[in-house]
Design a protein around this ligand. Structure first.
Ligand SMILES: [Zn+2]
Length: 329
């Protein structure tokens, strides 16, 4: 993902001026019923943070997982096999891509359906690839080395794998689609349009009947010092959904969700919105803080992440899946 400095000031201005994006933060009627809906839910979802963190570590044990690397292929096999245990259906969407280095690689989006016959559906996504170049590393000698991507790659996938496992044990009444995108992090720094290769391909080649009510993309949510503010473009695309997410976090006493405007981040939610699927992005781009010293560096390792951070996001997503709020059902 990429920070969008050129659009940041404009977006912030729009957010502050927009009655839709700003004025409804505390007034959305659908979100007022969330707490009651969570309490009334017949299923009391418990997110297993230890299992989720194991999923994060497991992915990093394959090494860097950038397209064309051995770890990429090994991780794909692992993800496919693991998801087949839990989902009704697992499809691979594969396509060739030429890297900026000229190398040809095969990219794979993993598309899973839970409660596959349900008509009312929601979608979750994360990118499973890791960046091939540690181009933000403080040591220039590392700039062409691939990163381990414990937070930037493994964290979002870890939460979604654990949610997949949970749904096998506690079948939801709504349908849920989980998409793991490849090729998110292949872009050139400073050129946001060159990122999200897998999500763009998916948006141009949507599976038949793929029509979720909304989508939630998660990225960089494993940071030990997790703080997830309201990503600016998400508030433009789906303010009601953002209200629901942040109200749910408040009702569950999850302090890692910060109900205040954050940055404008170019990420995998953008192609989905362009394809007509209103999708928000949950992301803590400041890793570990405004210094961003671990982002796209060799220091993006599991010790910088925590199970509590994965649980903060996992609990909110589970509450949405099993919520009786009309917005979801
Ligand atoms: Zn990245």
């Amino acid at each position: 993902m990429q920070f969008c400095p050129t659009s940041f000031a404009l977006s912030l201005t729009m957010l502050l001026l927009s009655p839709v994006a700003w004025g409804t933060v505390n007034q959305d009627p659908s979100s007022q019923s969330v707490k009651r809906s969570i309490q009334e839910s017949s299923t009391s979802p418990t997110f297993d943070s230890k299992s989720a963190f194991n999923y994060l570590v497991k992915q990093t044990q394959f090494g860097p997982r950038g397209p064309g690397l051995a770890g990429h292929e090994r991780c794909l096999n692992f993800l496919q096999n693991e998801l087949k245990k839990f989902a009704d259906d697992v499809q691979l969407q594969q396509f060739p891509f030429t890297l900026s280095t000229g190398k040809q690689v095969l990219l794979t989006n993993i598309i899973c359906a839970f409660n596959a016959t349900a008509r009312r559906r929601i979608a979750f996504s994360a990118h499973w690839d890791t960046r091939l170049w540690a181009d933000q590393d403080s040591d220039p000698k590392n700039h062409k080395k691939p990163i381990l991507g414990a937070n930037d790659g493994a964290s979002g996938v870890a939460v979604l794998l654990e949610i997949a496992r949970h749904m096998r044990l506690n079948p939801p009444s709504i349908g849920v689609d989980i998409i793991l995108f490849d090729g998110e992090d292949l872009g050139t720094t400073g050129r946001p349009e060159t990122f999200s290769v897998g999500a763009k391909y998916f948006a141009r080649n949507l599976p038949p009947d793929f029509n979720p009510r909304f989508g939630i993309n998660i990225d960089m949510i494993g940071d030990r010092e997790l703080r997830i503010p309201r990503e600016v473009s998400s508030d433009r695309f789906a303010p009601e959904l953002m209200n629901l997410l942040f109200r749910t976090a408040r009702d569950l006493d999850i302090p890692q969700f910060i109900d205040a405007p954050g940055s404008d981040i170019s990420d995998d939610h953008l192609p989905l919105n362009e394809a007509g699927i209103r999708t928000v992005n949950l992301i803590d781009f400041a890793y570990p803080d405004a210094s961003n010293k671990y982002w796209h560096t060799l220091a993006d390792t599991p010790d910088k992440c925590s199970s509590a951070s994965l649980a903060a996001v996992g609990r909110v997503l589970l509450a949405i899946i099993y919520s009786k709020a009309s917005f979801v059902q």
